[in-house]
Design a protein around this ligand. Sequence first.
Ligand SMILES: [Zn+2]
Length: 132
Amino acid sequence: MNIDLSFRHYGDAGKDKLRADPSFDFFKFEVIEDGMLLEGSLTKIITKGKNKGDVKYLPEGCRKTFITRDETVAWCEKYEKETGNCAQCFGKSKVMKSWSAKDGTEYRPCRKCGGTGKSTGSNQQPILVQAQ
Ligand SMILES: [Zn+2]
């Protein structure tokens, strides 16, 4: 599969690997060789005050896992089979182009699915980029 893996891909694949609770999320991502060491905990959404809507990481349910690039690509293939969505943009048909404090997030159409948000099948050859 030709895909540019992001932290979200590693995180979602890691959560799947841990069979984590839906409120679980990772707060630490450390690149190690061909994979990522992930650390997270249970979370809750803040419902009051100036940080309302933000995610709060709880001291409970702390877990770590290591997930390789290959495992993450395999997770993306499974995701496309199960959902029919493009794994690059998660069915959103657009991906982040840039971010700045002034202009916020800018998006561009997803190149993998041509902006359709749909899986293009698994007949493409994988492109593996080795870490330096
Ligand atoms: Zn896409």
